[in-house]
Write a protein that binds this ligand. Structure first.
Ligand SMILES: [Zn+2]
Length: 437
């Protein structure tokens, strides 16, 4: 048994759990080291320390080139310490069977999903992710800006209270905005405003979306000077009014965004979008071409393997208003919130309407055992807190403790027994996709 572990071509390779070392992104909106779940997990995962005072925004678990995961050397997987680092991606290309036939056939020799932890202290850019066709076109036309040709449906599962802007508000709500926020009228113009005020639900969804697109595009395309003036006017008006009345949640949010991104068009754009508040354990998913911006909190995020973002505000990064405004669906109303489906007493499953992924949240009291039945696709486990023993197939268990990330091959049953209360997440290919014939 011992000696067999050295051979990469060992048939049992597919039954072993592989420990992964993951990458971190220090984007400026991240929480600072000592307050950041990402920093804590990254330090535990890599056996290093985080730097206090430095932002730790995202932990990346997967095969994306911008933040690859590596196999941790062990005599079991035949990787020797000090030898060249082996990425999960190149290991998968040497061991394609661990992905399972169905996944190989659909996505080729790569992990279809990218699994992340996010620690958000201030708003991320207002963005949308193109569908496959547009992603490919943008990548062809501007490969230096749009480095990725894949689409990027995503899901955020709140670990703490979590806030986001997501999708357009309803027509009724938008009319209310036009009646109560003069700065929005200033930027859409009186013609734009009256277009919205005249259209009604009887005109049909297509007409409403066309009006919304026209007005939102006009709004987002206004000159920097006009936007700066409008934001400043809005700010002093709200400060004045806050002395005599309670500001609405949206108004308070807008002031907060202004402090984070002064004079940014995204500050006022927030009036067009739904302000979504998730409790821990609730999830939000975003299909292609839906505008959104994460605002605050910590979450598990899962997406198709891609980093394809079109930005249009709340950011110092490159913005592409024209592309963003032309790609959006202009669907209106609050997004669906997923509460997860319990699949056993310890595991809740979140299944978004995308083939690439699903997420399980597992909370296992001390001394209990949970089994994840074999599925025909790969899984990745992330231990957030606690300690336990994890075994794959019939192999002996290995210790899994907070910060550990483990890759499990397709068609492998996983058993976990907790030594202390365990909190972990599993990401795998969407079971609806795997079960469909
Ligand atoms: Zn996004």
């Amino acid at each position: 048994m011992e000696a067999a572990g050295f051979a990469m071509k060992n048939p049992r390779e597919e039954e072993k759990l592989q420990r992964l070392q993951c990458s971190v992104q220090n984007y400026n909106w991240g929480r600072l080291g000592e307050e950041s779940q990402v920093a804590r997990l990254f330090a535990l995962n890599s056996g290093s320390r985080f730097e206090p005072g430095k932002p730790y925004a995202e932990l990346w678990i997967g095969t994306h080139d911008s933040g690859p995961s590596f196999l941790v050397a062990s005599h079991e997987n035949g990787i020797v310490d000090g030898s060249e680092e082996l990425t999960l991606k190149s290991w998968l290309s040497r061991n394609p069977n661990v992905l399972g036939d169905k996944v190989l056939k659909k996505w080729g020799c790569d992990l279809p999903f990218l699994f992340k932890v996010l620690s958000v202290s201030k708003a991320l850019s207002i963005q949308a992710h193109p569908d496959k066709e547009l992603a490919w076109t943008l990548h062809k036309l501007q490969p230096d800006v749009y480095k990725d040709g894949n689409h990027k449906p995503e899901m955020a599962l709140a670990m703490t209270d979590f806030q986001a802007l997501c999708g357009f508000i309803t027509l009724k709500e938008l009319k209310h905005v036009l009646h109560t926020v003069p700065e929005v009228v200033e930027l859409v113009g009186t013609t734009g405003a009256s277009l919205v005020l005249k259209v009604s639900d009887q005109d049909g969804q297509e007409r409403i979306r066309a009006v919304l697109q026209e007005v939102f595009t006009k709004f987002m395309s206004e000159s920097k000077e006009k936007v700066t003036e409008a934001v400043n006017r809005l700010k002093s008006r709200l400060h004045k009014e806050s002395q005599v009345r309670q500001l609405t949640d949206k108004e308070k949010l807008v002031l907060q965004l202004e402090r984070q991104y002064p004079a940014d068009v995204g500050v006022i754009a927030a009036f067009f979008l739904n302000h979504v508040k998730l409790n821990p354990g609730e999830a939000l998913y975003l299909g292609a071409n839906e505008p959104h911006a994460y605002l605050y909190g910590e979450c598990i995020e899962c997406m198709a393997t891609s980093d394809n973002v079109v930005r249009a505000g709340l950011t110092p990064k490159y913005i592409d208003v024209k592309t963003l405004c032309s790609m959006l669906t202009y669907k209106q109303g609050s997004p669906e919130i997923l509460h997860g489906v319990p699949i056993n007493p310890y595991v809740t499953r979140y299944i978004p309407p995308f083939d690439e992924f699903e997420v399980d949240c597992c909370i296992l009291p001390q001394g209990e055992t949970v089994t994840f039945p074999a599925v025909p696709g790969p899984s990745i486990f992330l231990v957030v807190t606690g300690k336990g023993l994890m075994s794959a197939g019939s192999l002996e268990g290995l210790v899994a403790t907070e910060g550990n990330v483990l890759f499990a091959a397709a068609n492998t049953k996983i058993r976990i027994t907790s030594a202390s209360k365990l909190h972990l997440y599993r990401t795998g290919v969407n079971s609806r996709f795997l079960q469909a014939s």
